[in-house]
Design a protein around this ligand. Sequence first.
Ligand code: SF4
Length: 354
Amino acid sequence: MEETKLARVNPFALTYETFKNEMVVHLGLDRYASAEIYSQLAENGDLDASALKRLPPRPGIASQLRATLLIPKPEFAEVKRADGVVKFTLRLEDGHEVESVVLPMLSHYTLCVSSQVGCKRGCLFCTTAKMGFVRDLTSEEIVLQLFAARHVLGYPIRNIVFMGMGEPLDNFSSVQEAISIMTDQRGFHIGLRRITVSTVGSEEGIEKLAASPVSSVNLAVSINGATDEIRSRLMPVNRKTPLKQLVRVLKNYPFARKGSLFAEYIVIQGVNDSPQDADALMETLAGLSVCFNLIGFNAGPGAPFPSTPQKAVDRFRDLMVERGAYVRIRASKGRDLVAGCGQLGKAHGKAVVV
Ligand code: SF4
């Protein structure tokens, strides 16, 4: 009888529970041994001798594990560094490429990950939109970006932001699965509250996230326009989910704590930065507990607007503060790498909020 060959197991693409079941099927390992291997792999990125020593003695276990486990070998198409920011491009098995960025913060590193190749949302200010939609990433490909940053490039990533290429809530099941893997306490162990999902703001996407087990991630919504007229011009999603409807959905969102909505606002000089815009923004989002993250538009090649000078961003911040808003200005880190806002991931147009 022909022997059925089991596919090798990539532990970095699985939650612990799934990994444990795979270990039973492949090697007959018990819960203790599976947990030990899983957490050691997440810590070291590979099997090492000390992990093997902690397993109950069993002849041939090391070679059996090596034959069973598939440790990822990310293919880097490019790695660029400037001012502490690292932008890297991974080539996927089908030849498509996705970009990720490691951002150094005061006390930790944040990784900005992509969730799709391209994007179908067509935001006017975004260069990823110009690629059109190519395909969704699998959960494995999303987690591969964390593996590459942590275990190949060596950055102890503490926070994750879904602000790279693509609209994460358009690829909901893979994003949810990737978050479950990234937050598994026996694995990568990144706290749910250290993950931010940044969305274009469709009613359907936000409702899906609200109803999911990962709803207590931080939610960032790209607002960018305080009236339907301006927002629809910048973001086609607004024609389907206009501001009133968006606010209604956000008011029903089960935020883990007060003030956990980040409203991302790309300040585009002469388009959305007048005192009237500040008034309308306050009025539109009234009743929500919001932290506004402002970032100046960073023009990439062929951009429809020039870059916004920092003083225009500061001026708009002052207008919002005068009106009682809680506002943070985010530096567009990585401009030198073409990895700043509006350019990330060939290139994404959301503010990088960390
Ligand atoms: S800003 Fe985000 S949602 Fe809009 S087109 Fe770009 S990648 Fe897609």
